[in-house]
Design a protein around this ligand. Structure first.
Ligand SMILES: Cc1cc2nc3c(=O)[nH]c(=O)nc-3n(C[C@H](O)[C@H](O)[C@H](O)COP(=O)(O)OP(=O)(O)OC[C@H]3O[C@@H](n4cnc5c(N)ncnc54)[C@H](O)[C@@H]3O)c2cc1C
Length: 381
């Protein structure tokens, strides 16, 4: 308990997503009984962001798939208000309404926002990052407009899948075979085939932008092709929410870089999509759900205990689109032929071993408990 006696008494968490929520829960689980204040610019409680482009877009009248259990950490939650700056010397977070939140330890968990394609904003270009974004798109799809989705990654494919399921004539613009650069061609192929079979039009293009033509927003491809649709959705990646830290001296070359325990300073931690952390020989963000959870657990503990463990990072990723689901533990994209552990290559558990000893285990359209899948990536499963 000696280490707890030296723990901070006032902790501010900026960002009310899964990293912020996990940090609060971890602080309590570690025995912190001081005050926690959460500052979040969204007006709602934390929710499952992955559900936004999956069940929430797809599943009829069910508007509950994104809900998380009510928080039990007892923090003071200030929702719908943004942090606009931090004074590291005075240990205060500045808020958009002019108020300040004093801290003796700070967790930065402000996540990312959707990158946008066009200069045109508003209804001309939909993105799916927030609950409000997803509900707006869902409502628009209900009238079955024609849709073009730009971006052939998991998010673009999930949105395209939702649009096709809603009965919309849908075109996906992708740099190559959708999902291939994230998963590898072998794993991308079944999604590609199912998407085509369900009526998705896939257009390959090196670049795309939104331009106005006769007062209407259209997608213009690098080769001069123009795609018109009533709804344009972009899914072209994310940008970390670090601007509010610009004058704080916490950024390194514009990035929020943490150490192996999630610390930027001894009393300032960062976790989730916003944070670049050391792993696999580099320092980079890994904007995935369980990455945010794992980072937040380590970072919150590090604020309280000098002996808190370092992050033992292993990537876990899942997606579902056009009726196919995939769970992958370990590095992707994968190359070469897999070992079939259960089932078949089309529907089963597959494993790739890398020359450096790392392994990737994938459940393709196949139910398997995650811990069992994880065990398959151990050296001697
Ligand atoms: C549609 C969608 C589908 C996804 N699907 C998957 C998936 O299938 N599998 C997977 O592993 N990952 C998926 N992800 C990624 C995953 O959701 C994220 O990795 C995760 O939500 C990151 O959590 P976070 O808490 O770091 O950031 P966020 O969830 O972005 O939360 C950060 C919060 O901080 C708020 N904030 C930002 N700036 C400020 C400020 N200045 N002041 C106060 N508050 C601020 C933001 O509004 C937000 O509420 C998906 C993401 C999206 C958008």
């Amino acid at each position: 308990m000696d280490t707890l006696r030296k723990a901070p008494r006032d902790i501010v968490v900026v960002g009310n997503g899964i990293a912020g929520l996990t940090a609060c829960d971890t602080l309590r689980a570690e025995g912190f009984d001081g005050r926690i204040t959460v500052i979040g610019d969204e007006p709602v409680a934390p929710y499952s962001r992955p559900a936004l482009s999956k069940a929430l877009l797809r599943d009829g009248d069910d508007l509950t798939s994104h809900l998380l259990p009510e928080a039990t950490h007892g923090a003071t939650e200030r929702r719908g208000i943004a942090a606009v700056g931090v004074d590291v010397d005075r240990q205060r977070v500045r808020l958009a309404d002019g108020d300040e939140a004093p801290y003796d330890a700070l967790v930065i968990a402000t996540g990312t926002r959707a990158r946008r394609l066009g200069r045109a904003h508003g209804n001309d270009e939909y993105t799916v990052r927030t609950l409000a974004d997803a509900l707006a798109l869902r409502a628009r799809l209900a009238s079955r407009p024609s849709v073009v989705v730009v971006g052939g990654g998991p998010l673009g494919m999930e949105i395209a899948s939702g649009a096709v399921a809603a009965g919309c004539a849908t075109t996906l613009v992708s740099k190559g075979m959708p999902l291939a650069s994230q998963l590898g061609e072998l794993l991308a192929a079944p999604f590609h085939a199912a998407a085509l079979a369900q009526g998705l039009t896939i257009v390959t293009a090196g670049s795309a932008e939104i331009v106005m033509r006769d007062g209407v927003a259209v997608v213009a491809l690098g080769d001069g092709t123009v795609i018109e649709a009533e709804v344009i959705v972009s899914a072209i990646g994310d940008a970390p929410n670090v601007e509010w830290l610009a004058s704080s001296e916490l950024l390194t070359g514009g990035a929020l870089v943490v150490d192996r325990r999630g610390l930027v300073r001894p009393n300032i931690a960062a976790a989730g999509d916003v944070a670049a952390f050391p792993h696999a020989g580099r320092v980079a963000r890994v904007p995935l759900w369980t990455s945010a959870i794992d980072q937040a657990k380590v970072a919150a503990a590090a604020l309280l205990r000098p002996d808190a463990p370092e992050l033992a990072f292993q990537q876990y990723f899942w997606t579902e689109a056009f009726g196919i689901s995939l769970k992958a533990i370990g590095p992707t994209p994968v190359v070469g032929e897999p070992e079939v552990v259960e089932g078949t290559v089309e529907q089963g558990v597959l494993r790739w071993r890398q020359p450096d000893g790392a392994a990737t285990a994938v459940a393709l359209d196949y139910r398997i408990p995650i811990p069992k899948l994880r065990r398959l990536t151990a050296c001697n499963p």
